[in-house]
Ligand binder design. Structure first.
Ligand code: MSP
Length: 651
């Protein structure tokens, strides 16, 4: 019998300009997209998540010249900054597209030619006010200043007059088809208020659009007329097609197009809600299902942007707090669609109260009690009383509501609901006071029920927060003794009683660090890390290759405890070790059999790099690496003496 294919969810972020390094605003769009992509996977969808960089055009050309670089050299540097940030934020994109990729360039030329052959692109002359920063011509109704110039209303920068031979896209012919399309698809633009904005713009009339430049060298050449380069927006929008294989892997392209959701900032709504569906109609492709224009992060009540110089470096938050508090804050603080003002105090307050106090303490208290009173395993429990039943039933209601909210892209509301439930579980614990029950041997079954209820609620909560805080959710999942990746489970199968009785739970380490406000505010004063300047001669060449402290900090070194050791069959040197790293059990393979007998290793504590990419060694998976000195080809492991807690960080 043929397997039923999964429904498709194709989500995109805008592709970011490479004229400067990423800031919180870019991180925001990408984090929303990641949370929705992760949710849809749990909901059983076949997800494709595309992000990338917009590398052509005058803005990049100019920024590169200012830095003494070629445009592609600048792009190569900045792309690394984007990719590193996405890794630091745990972004699970499926493909990162660069518009300088030959596949993309070829695809755009094919589409340009297709539209030209059809008569929707024609040659003419254009004269108009052009904003280099935003890469677009100003609308006619932008007023002249006293000096006879025009200022771009979006970025406050003076525009310049451009007159040139150009190719036009016949946008005027698509005004009516667009209006018909909007009428039939009222959810095409969200939030709804933005739909009205788009409709009235189109109703006021559309002029043909200049889509090539002769003044800009850094762009894709027009096929057959290479003195013209293709306008950066025509080029960029088509990434949504080439990124899933247009003109190269048509099977994949047909599988995922039309996109389910283009997530964008409200600043680029017109390009996505007017030009883009018109280009697609001209090419004979259906428009995307939805363009969602989210609000802006402001600093001191103005939009964070490079041209205003008020951007916030995401690492100023990630370094002291880790990735999940930033993900949580950005998604919790404002509904998608509203603007939000970023303040360090506001951030710290939310992290301390929601994450450290409400969720962090709940997990810590509950698991510590289960370890202390039941050696980590809850066995026989008393039957549910009405208040226990309420905790279970409320979870079922919560699960259904959170599903609908995530599904409707209302992430902030979903989190709000989850935190109401966390509050109720904290209250339940306070009222049932398991620490008092523990003093009375006759109340052990009751104690077990209360702690089981709390642990089952925590398990459910960890699943529900996973799209927003994937790493913390996975940690909690493992603390509860669940094996494997949380993302392998589905929303449909999630059940309060899915927590198996008798499962061994771990000792938790604090989930969310507390950071001192003063220290944190000092970070705010620091400017974002600049781009590396052109390479200087390496002064230490021949002595030692230094790595930066940041590079060192990427390594997660932990105290691990060896639970089991055995030889890897068919090898002389390899041992397979089962180790406890505090949060979970891992397997590692190490070339130490010539120095150590398996039985001598069990019970020893040593240092392991736990965030090394897993590798398969002689057919056996190794999920980390131990540290050892290698003397005359033999490994000598430094073991810890005394009472060192398992899972402690080594730094
Ligand atoms: N390259 C174009 C997009 C082409 S898509 C086919 C572009 N790039 S951008 O780097 O300037 O900005 C892209 C997006 O970054 C914005 O649409 C928005 O999603 C996000 N943000 C940039 N600054 C922002 C804030 N201050 N706040 C929230 N998001 C913002 O435009």
């Amino acid at each position: 019998m043929a397997r039923k294919s999964k429904p498709i969810f194709y989500i995109t972020t805008p592709i970011y300009y490479v004229n400067d390094v990423p800031h919180i605003g870019h991180a925001y769009t990408t984090i929303i997209a990641d949370a929705l992509a992760r949710f849809k996977k749990l909901a059983g969808y076949d997800v494709f998540f595309l992000t990338g960089t917009d590398e052509h055009g005058q803005k990049v050309e100019k920024a590169a010249a200012e830095k003494g670089l070629k445009p592609l050299e600048l792009a190569d540097k900045v792309v690394v900054r984007f990719k590193d940030l996405w890794e630091a934020l745990n972004i699970s994109y499926d493909y990162f597209i660069r518009t300088t990729e030959p596949n993309h360039e070829k695809g755009v030329q094919t589409l340009f030619k297709k539209l030209a052959d059809k008569g929707d692109i024609y040659k003419g002359t254009y004269k108009g006010w052009y904003c280099v920063s935003n890469e677009h011509f100003l609308a006619d109704d932008v007023p002249l200043e006293k000096e006879g110039t025009k200022i771009c209303p979006e970025c406050n920068i003076q525009a310049t007059i451009i007159e040139e031979a150009t190719y036009f896209f016949r946008l005027s012919a698509y005004a009516q088809p667009l209006l018909d399309f909007y009428a039939k698809n009222p959810n095409f633009v969200r939030p709804p208020s933005r739909m009205n904005e788009v409709v009235s713009f189109v109703r006021s009339g559309l002029k043909d659009l200049s889509i090539t430049r002769t003044t800009v060298k850094w762009g894709i050449p027009v096929p057959g007329d290479p003195v013209h380069t293709i306008y950066v927006w025509f080029d960029a929008l088509h990434n949504y097609l080439t990124g899933i294989g247009y003109d190269r892997n048509m099977v994949r392209f047909k599988k995922y197009w039309p996109a389910t959701l283009h997530l964008i900032g409200k600043d680029i709504l017109r390009f996505h809600a007017i030009f883009w569906p018109a280009f697609l109609m001209a090419a004979g492709f259906p428009p995307p299902e939805c363009v969602y224009g989210h609000g802006w992060w402001l600093k001191d009540n103005t939009k964070m942007s490079k041209s205003r110089g008020n951007v916030l470096d995401p690492y100023a938050i990630i370094k002291p707090f880790g990735q999940d508090p930033l993900r949580y804050f950005l998604l919790r603080e404002i509904p998608i669609g509203h603007d939000g003002n970023f303040s360090h105090e506001g951030f710290l307050h939310r992290v301390n109260s929601d994450l450290a106090n409400d969720l962090g303490n709940l997990v810590h208290r509950t698991l510590t009690m289960i370890r202390n009173y039941f050696q980590g395993k809850i066995g026989l429990r008393e039957n549910e009383t009405p208040e226990d039943e309420k905790i279970r039933e409320d979870f079922a209601g919560l699960k259904a509501r959170v599903f609908d909210l995530y599904n409707g892209y209302a992430v902030s509301r979903a989190l709000e609901e989850i935190w109401v439930y966390i509050g109720a579980v904290n209250k339940y614990l306070a009222e049932n006071a398991p620490w008092k029950l523990a003093k009375d041997a006759a109340k052990r079954a009751r104690l077990a029920r209360v702690l089981y209820q709390a642990a089952a609620a925590i398990r459910g909560v960890s699943f529900l927060v996973y799209p927003v805080m994937p790493a913390s959710a996975q940690k909690i999942w493992n603390y509860l003794g669940e094996r494997g990746a949380l993302e392998k489970h589905s929303f449909a199968e999630l059940d309060f009683n899915g927590l198996k009785p008798g499962q061994l739970m771990m000792e938790p380490t604090p989930l969310f660090p507390r950071v001192d406000l003063k220290e944190f505010l000092a970070e705010e004063a620091k400017p974002a890390a600049p781009l590396p300047t052109p390479a200087e001669p390496n002064k230490t060449e021949g002595i030692m290759d230094y790595i930066s402290f940041d590079e060192f900090k990427k390594m997660d070194l932990r105290v691990a405890h060896i639970l089991k050791a055995e030889k890897v069959e068919g090898t002389q040197k390899l041992l397979k070790l089962q180790i406890d790293i505090g949060t979970e059990q891992r397997q590692i393979v190490a070339g130490i059999a010539e120095t150590y007998k398996p039985e001598d290793l069990v019970g020893k504590k040593l240092v392991v790099i736990v965030n090394l990419k897993p590798a398969v060694i002689r057919g056996v998976e190794s999920q980390g690496m131990l540290l050892a000195a290698v003397i005359n080809d033999k490994a000598i492991i430094p073991f810890f003496e005394g009472d060192v807690p398992v899972g402690a960080q080594v730094k």
